[in-house]
Design a protein around this ligand. Sequence first.
Ligand code: SAH
Length: 355
Amino acid sequence: MNLKDHLLLRIQNDGPMTIADYMTDCLMHPVHGYYATRDPLGVQGDFITAPEISQMFGELIGLCLAQTWLEQGKPKRFILAELGPGRGTLMADILRATKSVPGFHEAAEIALLEASPVLRDIQLKTLQGYKPQWIEVMADLADLPLFLVANEFFDALPIRQFLRDGESWRERLVGADGTSLAFGLGPQAAQTALSERLEDTQDGDLVELCATAVPILSAAAGQIARNGGAALIIDYGDWRSLGDTLQALQAHETTDPLDQPGQADLTAHVDFEALAIATRASGCAHTKLTPQGVFLERLGITARAQSLTASLGGTQLEELIAAHRRLTHPDEMGNLFKVLGLYPQNAASPPGLEP
Ligand code: SAH
């Protein structure tokens, strides 16, 4: 039975399902899930991410984290963690760029949170020579200073959608229409998690909630507040969710999210305000939300690109120029992607980001 038939049967038995349950099955079902069964990244895959576009991305992130580690007095043991490491490219670039920072590698214990067995195998190969540990949940992290990065992780977490209807909400659900999956609306209900959104929304507005993001982020923020460290959360999204951002990508093209469950990547924009609220509630400070292009420019991506171009010619040179543009230009990833930094209240904010 394919995933669509499995979902139709489930809907027949239990009724329409939340978008979060739908996303969870589509992405992580052990037999049919999109991430659980394949490597989706790269030119040949369905989408490409910043670390896969250029090594410069991970190098600058590595130097940003290492500088923060130096400024915090070089803690002798710390966790260098990544959430959703994909192919392990970002972590490999971070480690290569920080090799020459005295004491950094000796102090670092690498921890990866990855749900996909296929991607874990690839990470193991990419990070050969280092000793990464895979964690199942955030509570598995050793209680040490935490330096963490997450690129395009939070956008893969399941969201629920709610449509404003008078003073209450109707949840957008996935149901069946004959042999097809179809969106529908649940009954009117009050939503305590959305009580404040009654103030800034109108009838017919749609808002999204990502319940799984908060405990993950709170765990990281609490650990940084207690032990020191920093986190860089990089993703597409903005401050406060408004509107339907559920998106399916297949072979670099958007498709209907209900069309081929398990065959397309499903994501939603990250609501950075929700992450910031969870950070503050855990006693941790956060930076201003900063466009990726601005962040990378402040960290010196143009100088890094110029130093790399010195040894390049022909198509390699053209590719590097294109990669620089793609990562930083406001019409490409520069503005759509944002960076939120977490840091202890008594410490300086990470380089490239403002308190
Ligand atoms: N950070 C990488 C990959 C981004 S794709 C890059 O920038 O290239 C999203 C990653 O998050 C994949 O590795 C995926 O398997 C992982 N992921 C998605 N949902 C997850 C979950 N609930 N728990 C752990 N990992 C998850």
